[in-house]
Design a protein around this ligand. Sequence first.
Ligand SMILES: NC(=O)c1ccc[n+]([C@@H]2O[C@H](COP(=O)([O-])OP(=O)(O)OC[C@H]3O[C@@H](n4cnc5c(N)ncnc54)[C@H](OP(=O)(O)O)[C@@H]3O)[C@@H](O)[C@H]2O)c1
Length: 252
Amino acid sequence: MSRILITGTSSGFGRAIASHFLDRGWEVLATMRTPSAEGLPASDNLRLLPLDVTDASSIADAVAEAGPLDALVNNAGVGMLNVLEGAEIDRARELFETNVLGAMAMTRAVMPGMRARRSGVIVNISSSVTLRPLPALSIYSASKAALNAFTESFSLEAAEFGVRARLVLPGSAPETSFGRNAVARMGMDVPEAYGDFVQACFERLQSATEKTQAHDVAQVVWRAVTDDSAPMKLPAGADAETWFREAGRSAA
Ligand SMILES: NC(=O)c1ccc[n+]([C@@H]2O[C@H](COP(=O)([O-])OP(=O)(O)OC[C@H]3O[C@@H](n4cnc5c(N)ncnc54)[C@H](OP(=O)(O)O)[C@@H]3O)[C@@H](O)[C@H]2O)c1
């Protein structure tokens, strides 16, 4: 039976990815900071493990406990909705610890096993914000752009040993707790001078008709893991697909 470890499965995309792989007969190591089976299907193939991707000993314990892996999905992530002047640099550092260094540390931890077996797939959950610049998302977008660059470069090293690395770029998914979690963890103290500007930006974002659903992301992660010929970057969700096509046209 194939075995996958997914980070950040307490909610949103991570939970949907875990369910998708369980439904298709995979053994799923669903990891989260505070383990709970809430929202996940009951299954003998489901194992919950505690994991904080910013904590080196937590990573070492989870990877040792997990055993040999066919796939890793670095899904854990934090958002930040604010203009640069409203963002505290300590919070930005914390965000990079999770979104960038957390994914790097997890990748580094599973790589010896995958390299020795000469097989495995690592899928990093990036964002469609790397396809089009948006205001009030500069720090978050920078973290996902760093994740993209890391993954594209690392994939060349990993390919030497039969290991694939891929990026999934979801669009905006208001149905997940992402925005709420971002505000709870990172605050949203928008400086007064930017108030009207930020309000107008959020209204534009909220009025978008195309959206991403958690199951769109799960399906695209499934493709990234199971299809050897999947391209490096895969958009997930109707809005991400539109932006991906438009970014391709403007690059041509
Ligand atoms: N929703 C969107 O609009 C959107 C769009 C594009 C990309 N994304 C990306 O998709 C991924 C999942 O987002 P989501 O929408 O599903 O948001 P979410 O519901 O807030 O889920 C984020 C998950 O990451 C976990 N997490 C945060 N910090 C962690 C840490 N230090 N160690 C381990 N787990 C940690 C959270 O767990 P706790 O319960 O422990 O906090 C939670 O399970 C993120 O990487 C996000 O950047 C989201």
